[in-house]
Design a binder for this molecule. Structure first.
Ligand SMILES: N[C@H]1[C@H](O)[C@@H](Sc2ccccc2)[C@@H]2OC[C@H]1O2
Length: 328
């Protein structure tokens, strides 16, 4: 089987929301290659924590409670959720898992309550970091992958318009040139890979360092690189500065933003300058940069700002996982 589902950007491309059928309900979930739990708003939550989201009905005929199973998850941005576990049929654009662990929230943090476009998350990292106790559950991809035409999924994220995720096949209309694959280190449960040198702007090679280990995370809005690369980038953006009040680099919204070329698997991938204007700060006609330092996180994240510039293939067809990127 295969699946194809639209990936709809939230405001400022903050996250990408996809329709998922669970039993007889359709919920709109944030597909997240940086985590491994499929959790949903549910009827078990206090109404004070729900702001228009669709709630999974745990009393529906097809939902089977997994007695004694619970989950609790904290994310890199400090948000979190917790609850209990059901099994139900989950259909993502035609790819169907007949008995998928659906983690029904009993409580979510304010970041999720205020993310009114999202009814929960669908994790696409590795099942080794699933947070269900006493027994970790498989991600949707792990549950269905043996039934897919090919054991892979792809992400085509777009700005201000629908992109798509596919399961089981590569959509050759979504990219140009060839796909460059590189090995994945999933020892931390993420789609980890090694990135090489970088060049700011089109002119020549002005990078002096390499980026090193990184993860591909569709659930992270921005791109977080080592300080040297970030300072090298903003040194080319007139009027830019680090704002402690805003918590990152900002610049005049009228600034001309250079592209950033990153070498992965020996191929240079160009992120256009426009990708790095994330959102207005709300003060002084300054804008918040889509490229920020990884110092607060502890590892380098290729989030949506990067992933919008490429077609990404999350591939387990070779036995060992690999990730592929192609220009689009
Ligand atoms: N993998 C990411 C995850 O999807 C989000 S969870 C999230 C939180 C609030 C609003 C929407 C989503 C969080 O930010 C970075 C990392 O953790």
């Amino acid at each position: 089987q295969t699946g194809t589902v639209a990936a709809n950007p939230e405001q400022y491309d903050q996250a990408y929301i996809c329709p998922v059928t669970i039993g007889s309900q359709t919920l709109h979930l944030d597909f997240d290659t940086g985590s491994s739990d499929l959790w949903v708003f549910s009827n078990l939550m206090p109404s004070s924590e729900v702001d228009g989201q669709t709630e999974f009905n745990t009393n529906s005929a097809g939902a089977t409670k997994k007695d004694g199973y619970t989950w609790s998850i904290s994310y890199g941005d400090g948000s979190g959720a917790s609850g209990v576990v059901y099994a139900d049929t989950v259909n993502v654009g035609g790819a169907t898992a007949t008995s998928q662990a659906v983690e029904a929230a009993t409580s979510v943090s304010s970041e999720f309550t205020s993310d009114t476009g999202s009814d929960g998350l669908l994790g696409l990292a590795f099942s080794s970091i699933n947070q269900v106790k006493p027994t970790p559950q498989t991600t949707f991809f792990d549950t269905v992958k043996s039934s897919l035409e090919a054991e892979l999924f792809t992400a085509d994220l777009q700005s201000n318009g629908p992109g798509s995720y596919t399961f089981g096949y590569i959509d050759s209309s979504k990219y140009t040139g060839s796909i460059t694959y590189t090995a994945v280190d999933n020892s931390q449960g993420f789609w980890g890979f090694t990135a090489g040198g970088y060049t700011v702007g089109g002119g020549g090679s002005n990078s002096t360092g390499t980026i090193g280990s990184a993860i591909a995370d569709t659930g992270t809005s921005l791109m977080y690189l080592p300080t040297a690369a970030v300072q090298s980038y903003y040194s080319q953006v007139s009027g830019s500065s680090y704002s402690s009040s805003q918590g990152g680099y900002i610049f005049p919204c009228s600034a001309s933003l250079p592209s950033l070329t990153v070498s992965i698997g020996g191929h240079g991938f160009v992120v256009p300058g426009s990708n790095f204007n994330y959102s207005p700060t709300g003060s002084g006609n300054t804008c918040f940069g889509g490229l920020q330092e990884n110092t607060g996180i502890g590892f380098t994240i290729f989030g949506d700002v990067f992933l919008r510039a490429v077609y990404a293939i999350f591939d387990e067809t070779q036995g060992s996982p690999r990730i592929g990127f192609a220009a689009q």
